[in-house]
Design a protein around this ligand. Structure first.
Ligand SMILES: Cc1cc2nc3c(=O)[nH]c(=O)nc-3n(C[C@H](O)[C@H](O)[C@H](O)COP(=O)(O)OP(=O)(O)OC[C@H]3O[C@@H](n4cnc5c(N)ncnc54)[C@H](O)[C@@H]3O)c2cc1C
Length: 400
């Protein structure tokens, strides 16, 4: 957004509570690599120029990439500046920070979609003898108590942490709810390449049938690794991770799992087949069938005949519960009436219901790729158009 505003000579400032790329510096586990290939982090006027376009960045490499971009576009960043309130004023908005206040005519809310780890309310019934943890606090398996771990949630974060913790020698049980199965590669190309090329990631928010559902879909079961591994549920059970259904309840020192595991897996297999159908159709239409590998389908997810429906904490089998059940934004610092009854910002593709307020970086904000680094550029171009016409070209930010 800063690059787009500069290109339009719109005076602006970026207020950042930490340093540039703060969430990648401080909120991710040690071994994490991006699950999007290097070529796919395209920012306006800035892409990958190294020798490994199909590789996956580590966290230090991701921080370096974003920091270099901030320098390249001379982004006017005020680091170590936490915004504590945004209020309406006579001229527009008044933004309070722990390092002084700002008056502005427009505000772009780009504070991230993943500020807070979502923890199911029933986790409060976990006995005190069991350690609980979220991916925000998790760094590596050395941090965990010895003994078995229950990982709750089987999207990108849950499957990656289940894999890493299992490899550290602990017994891992994975509670599986709704998930989106995806192979790392298909017909010799990365799945992200296919989704990008076939236009799946460019699908617009005003073109999908059910945008509320699309915005709440779990992340793809993907990992970025040197070996380009597919880390689906079959891979995890193959190495010895035990699958159970969704976490359904915790009472009297026992945890209950839903009986929906088989259905959830069948549904994910079905959706994967649909995605591969779309890819195959696109490949044929675009004359790629001779260039890429043959079309094929993956083994259905294998589920044991009677997965356990409960576990007694007293058995000692589980010593830690790691809730990988998603993230949500933190809007506690907003003093403007833009939240709906569910605490979500009311907006139309990032144009917030209050004039001069814009939103960035949310799942399916304007396109399916909106929550990826790669989606920020197109969204910023669209929203800066709107913002520029709102401002009518006048000066937008002054410090007081
Ligand atoms: C575990 C995980 C893995 C991911 N993997 C990928 C991936 O492989 N590829 C990909 O493209 N995307 C990935 N994403 C999504 C990724 O987070 C987004 O693509 C990208 O970070 C969005 O950038 P952003 O600037 O909108 O949000 P963020 O990167 O979250 O940046 C928001 C910034 O706002 C600051 N901030 C928040 N509140 C305040 C405040 N009150 N005052 C001042 N500053 C504040 C934060 O410090 C932060 O620096 C992943 C996300 C998670 C959680």
């Amino acid at each position: 957004m800063s690059q787009c505003l500069t290109a339009r000579s719109i005076d602006h400032v970026l207020l950042e509570r930490g340093e540039v790329a703060n969430s990648w510096r401080t909120e991710r586990w040690d071994s994490l690599r991006l699950l999007t290939p290097n070529w796919q982090s395209r920012l306006p006027g800035f892409g990958y120029e190294g020798t490994d376009p199909d590789g996956f960045r580590t966290m230090p490499e991701t921080v370096d990439f974003i920091t270099r971009y901030a320098h390249a576009i001379a982004a006017p960043v005020e680091a170590q500046t936490t915004v504590t309130s945004v209020r309406a004023s006579t001229e527009g908005y008044s933004v309070a920070t722990d390092r002084g206040d700002w008056d502005c005519r427009a505000v772009v809310l780009a504070a991230g979609a993943c500020n807070i780890a979502v923890v199911p309310s029933l986790a409060s019934a976990v006995p005190s003898s069991i350690a609980t943890l979220t991916p925000k606090a998790y760094r590596n398996p050395d941090q965990l108590e010895p003994g078995g771990v229950l990982v709750v949630g089987a999207s990108a974060t849950g499957i990656q942490l289940a894999d890493e913790i299992h490899r550290s020698g602990r017994r891992v049980t994975l509670a599986v709810g709704e998930h989106v199965r995806a192979p790392r590669t298909y017909r010799g190309r990365d799945i992200q390449w296919w989704m990008d090329a076939a236009g799946v990631l460019d699908e617009r928010y005003d073109e999908v049938d059910d945008i509320v559902r699309a915005r709440n879909l779990p992340s793809l079961q993907l990992v970025g690794s040197l070996e380009r591994t597919t880390l689906d549920l079959n891979a995890l059970t193959g190495m010895g991770v035990r699958l159970v259904g969704r976490l359904a309840g915790i009472t009297d020192g026992k945890v209950q799992f839903s009986g929906s595991l088989r259905n959830q897996c069948a549904l994910a297999d079905l959706k994967l087949a649909r995605l591969l159908d779309t890819i195959d159709e696109w490949a044929t239409l675009n004359g790629l069938d001779g260039e890429v590998g043959p079309s094929h389908r993956f083994e259905p997810t294998s589920v044991e005949a009677s997965p356990p429906l409960g576990l007694d904490f007293a058995s000692g089998e589980i010593r830690t519960i790691l809730c990988a059940t998603g993230f949500r934004p933190d809007y506690s610092w907003l003093d403007i009436p833009i939240l709906d009854r569910k605490g979500q910002i009311r907006h139309d593709g990032g144009v917030v219901a209050l004039p001069g307020i814009y939103l960035m970086g949310m799942p399916f904000l304007r396109r399916r790729k909106s929550s990826l680094i790669d989606g920020a550029g197109d969204d910023a171009r669209d929203l800066s158009d709107h913002l520029a016409s709102f401002l009518g070209g006048r000066v937008s930010a002054t410090s007081r």
